[in-house]
Design a protein around this ligand. Structure first.
Ligand code: DGL
Length: 274
């Protein structure tokens, strides 16, 4: 980033709508920035795809954000971070922050028992990115894929008996069988902050919940303070937000507010040629 730039332009990349939970945290913590959000809605979900496919999609999307003027990139998608952070970082010319390291860092700070459960997509869990990041911090981790939670959240069933039952089954498994002592649950997927109250009820009461969206916003704020000429409070002013979606702009406008918590305007459709 140009250190004399008065405001950062932060490109936020996700496979679809879920990364808006990360954008929400970013805007709350760093209001004085211009945000470009890219949701690859035509190609979601990433959580069931291979490393090669996710890396190719993610590099195309982040190149787009860089061309639009992003001088800092946030990979809001846990799956894309877990599978392709190195490829993305190697392919662009601006600093890149993913969600796994900040989430692992906060989990490490929160865990007294040094045992942590991470929930995420099939692909995130298979990559063991969180497991490795936590092991580097001397934490024993158990990862649990929860593939049914993303479609349930997209259905809007954030306070639904079916979602609660599904979450209960996943978490009983994750915290069972010798892992009862785990004292932190990491939400390793963009969609899970929406069901945080439900997960709070279902998780063992002694467990604290770490939301990687929240941790990532703090990591981005730290990076901006490091590379920006502005004061430690970060750049001043109101945020501006532009949204790009590879599927219907109308659908993005309709679904987006569920994740962002306020209306989503100025959505542009983008056709990324492969
Ligand atoms: N954004 C993805 C993640 O955080 C969830 C949705 C998907 O599978 O594309 O892992």
């Amino acid at each position: 980033m140009n250190p004399l730039a008065p405001r950062p332009t932060i490109g936020v990349f996700d496979s679809g709508f879920g990364g808006l939970t990360v954008l929400k945290e970013l805007v709350a913590l760093i209001p004085g920035a211009d945000y470009l959000y890219f949701g690859d809605t035509a190609r979601l979900p990433y959580g069931s795809k291979s490393v090669e496919t996710v890396a190719r999609y993610a590099v195309e999307a982040t190149h787009f954000l860089e061309r639009q003027g992003a001088n800092l990139l946030v990979i809001a998608c846990n799956t894309a971070t877990a599978l392709a952070l190195d490829q993305i970082t190697g392919a662009v010319h601006v600093p890149v922050i993913g969600v796994v390291e900040p989430g692992a860092e906060q989990a490490s700070a929160a865990s007294k028992n040094r045992r942590v459960v991470v929930i995420g997509t099939e692909a995130t869990v298979s990559s063991h990115a969180y497991l490795k990041a936590l092991q580097r911090r001397a934490i024993e981790a158990r990862e649990k894929a929860c593939p049914l939670l993303v479609p349930l959240v997209e259905e809007g069933w954030v306070e639904h008996a079916v979602t609660e039952q599904v979450a209960r089954i996943y978490l009983q498994d994750a915290f069972g069988d010798g892992f009862q002592g785990a004292d932190v649950l990491v939400l390793g997927c963009t969609h899970y902050p929406l069901i945080k109250p439900l997960l709070r009820r279902v998780a063992p009461p002694h467990v604290s919940i770490v939301d990687s969206a929240h941790s990532t916003a703090y990591a981005v704020s730290g990076k901006i303070a490091e590379i920006c000429v502005s004061s430690a409070q970060g750049p001043a002013g109101q945020p501006t937000l532009r949204f790009f979606a590879t599927d219907s702009a109308e659908k993005f406008r309709r679904m987006g507010p569920n994740f962002l918590g306020h209306p989503v305007d100025s959505v542009e459709h983008v056709d990324l040629k492969e």
